[in-house]
Design a protein around this ligand. Sequence first.
Ligand code: NI
Length: 166
Amino acid sequence: MARLTIRTWPDPILRTQAEPVEDFGPELSDFVDDLLETLHASGGIGLSAPQVGDRRAVMVMDLSENHTDPRVLINPEILEGSRRAWVEESCLSLPGVEGRVIRDTWLRVRALDRAGEPFETELEDMHAVCVQHEVDHLEGRLFIDRLPTLRRLWTWAAVRMRRSGR
Ligand code: NI
């Protein structure tokens, strides 16, 4: 396994639509292991392939305290969602930025596992929020795009200032 480098804004791959996975060979499985290792080393709860410079529609998440609940979703598709709420988010690709966005806290999701087998699952609370955040990444979106307008302008200005070291 290998730890991968996490890309940060404004890397253009963060604005790129991911491509559906079609090849479920051993290379994919190795990549999924690398993504999980990178996630666990980062202290985050979710990570998508574009964040490590790969255009495949792959995401991983682990909300356990001891890295005991790794979940892998390939070509994930949100079938339905409900129970909207304001939630606090941050992102490994936007270090130091936090914001409150509206998300569904219940989801039904379809995806493939690393062997290419389809499955459906119902997710609640932070699992549901995390999947929406990572599916956004697979579609080239960042959570700050979802902030209310004034808050978004202010946050982008703060991100740019932080990057330029002022
Ligand atoms: Ni993120």
